[in-house]
Design a protein around this ligand. Structure first.
Ligand SMILES: CC(C)(COP(=O)(O)OP(=O)(O)OC[C@H]1O[C@@H](n2cnc3c(N)ncnc32)[C@H](O)[C@@H]1OP(=O)(O)O)[C@@H](O)C(=O)NCCC(=O)NCCS
Length: 448
């Protein structure tokens, strides 16, 4: 048996052998299949890249059927239990776990790059009082490229390394300041005596006290959430970072594109929808009735199901394990009981099991953020901070990959051809087109 695909083009009767490598065929090989020498070659139509590999990557492995997630080969369960976010960020970026000396120097570098130029503070202050923190984060991370113009030398290892350190160090500062802005509170400078996650909480919540000391259990829970969100292979925002990065722009601009993608409701917004759903259910007694509604297709069970995971999302299991600890340290949230009862019943119900619908990462994360007193408009900011480590790891891989080219998909052209230009005085048409164009029906799209 050879690793190839034999394709017969019924338009011409010709057969082609297309090599199969790593379970894929090269789309370019299909380009050789033509109806005639002067005709374009066969292309692949795949909106949303549902079955197209865009790169080779050694960063993150997912087996959705088995519910496996690994960063650089290490299972997410072990990293969540034994590591911390900065060590995981090092792993994603460098490909291996740091030695003790490497780890200490990495933490030191990140810690001492957390401050941003005072001009960044001034322009952030210029946003409207009610600016969405994610819009502020997107604009301010992109603006960092103007503070570090050297960042455009993307092939210089030392310059590149410095931008990566800066980006991971400064994202919490930018995210926390965007939050303080929306709250009308003064921006809090980083406290370099604190760890990465504790410092972030301090920049979010510190008021007049000398030092903000968050409960260790909450610091650990947020650190675990950061680990779980650090990377997830070729999702929408990572694809945006790679797509924009393929133009060889500086990494701040590429990461701004990732933040923009994450801002969209189909990518980063499901945990907020889970909270709304749990509030609507109101009491544990209402759970069976709600599930009947889902089965009658009157609504969706938010936080269940995933485009890739057809098994328990391993991240959901890990978050669930931290819930009790979080609620020991915070005010009890009755939504937890509703969430647990709902999950228990759904996992016991043939409707959900036969469709392979299991809790995903968003099922429990919103409840924990709420317990940490983080408002919903900050949820995607909290996602973007750790995901920056994955984005830059993927961005580096892109730049080092000799097979990569500028991202430039093909299209199937559906418009008119060969029209002759008509001077405006000679154009005829119904009066009504002078007004705004009629609204088109809304597209139905699904996220993942
Ligand atoms: C994530 C999601 C968009 C994946 O969708 P998908 O891979 O395109 O799966 P489909 O929409 O094709 O669903 C397959 C089947 O399961 C059902 N289904 C999927 N998710 C469901 C949910 N959350 N609640 C109830 N039924 C669901 C669909 O109705 C469909 O049933 P059918 O075959 O009888 O028509 C989808 O599961 C969903 O909307 N989940 C809720 C939102 C959410 O939590 N998003 C966060 C993702 S991290």
């Amino acid at each position: 048996m050879t690793d190839s695909l034999t394709v017969r083009d019924n338009r011409t009767g010709q057969e082609y052998d297309v090599p199969i490598t790593d379970g894929t065929i090269k789309a370019a090989d299909l380009g050789a299949i033509k109806e005639g020498d002067d005709q374009p070659g066969l292309a692949v139509y795949d909106p949303g890249f549902v079955n197209t590999a865009s790169c080779r990557s050694a960063v993150t492995f997912i087996d959705g059927e088995e519910g496996i997630l690994e960063y650089r080969g290490y299972p997410i369960e072990q990293l969540a239990e034994k590591s911390n976010f900065l060590e995981v960020a090092y792993l994603l970026i460098h490909g291996s776990l740091p030695t003790k000396a490497e780890y200490e120097s990495w933490v030191h570098e990140i810690t001492y790059h957390t401050f941003v130029h005072e001009n960044v503070k001034s322009f952030m202050e210029g946003f409207r009082y009610d600016a969405h923190p994610m819009g502020m984060l997107m604009a301010s991370v992109g603006a960092l490229s103007t503070f570090y113009p050297d960042a455009r030398h993307i092939d210089d290892d030392e310059i590149r390394r410095l931008q990566i350190v800066r980006m991971i160090a400064k994202m919490p500062t930018l995210g926390a300041w965007a939050f303080r802005h929306a709250q009308g509170k003064p921006y809090i400078y980083p406290d370099n005596e604190l760890g990465y996650t504790a410092n972030f909480l301090s920049m979010l919540f510190k008021m007049s006290e000398q030092r903000f000391e968050a409960d260790e259990r909450l610091v650990r829970a947020l650190d675990v959430l950061f680990i779980l969100h650090a990377d997830h292979e070729q999702n929408c925002s990572t694809n945006a970072v790679r797509g924009v990065g393929s133009s060889q722009v500086d990494p701040y601009s590429a990461v701004a594109a990732g933040v923009a993608a994450l801002y969209g409701p189909l990518h980063g917004g499901a945990n907020e929808a889970v909270l709304r759903m749990l509030r609507r259910i109101e009491t544990v007694e209402n759970v069976p009735g709600f599930l009947e509604g889902v089965k009658n297709r009157e609504e969706r069970l938010m936080g269940f199901g995933h485009r890739v995971y057809k098994n328990y999302d391993p991240r959901a299991r890990i978050i669930e394990q931290h819930m009790d600890e979080v609620f020991e340290a915070t005010e009890y949230n009755p939504l937890v009981e509703i969430a647990r009862e709902l999950a228990k019943r759904a996992l016991d119900d043939e409707y959900f099991t036969s469709r392979k619908l299991y809790p995903n990462v968003d099922y429990y994360s919103g409840i924990i953020y709420e317990a940490l007193q983080i408002p919903t408009e900050m949820f995607t900011v909290i996602f973007a901070i750790p995901r920056t480590s994955g984005w830059v790891a993927q961005w580096m891989e892109l730049n080092d990959d000799p097979e990569q080219k500028i991202a430039r998909p093909r299209q199937i052209y559906t418009g008119e051809r060969d029209r002759d230009f008509i001077p405006i005085e000679e154009r005829e048409g119904p009066e009504k087109i002078v007004g705004p164009p009629a609204r088109r029906p809304k597209r139905q799209r699904r996220g993942a």
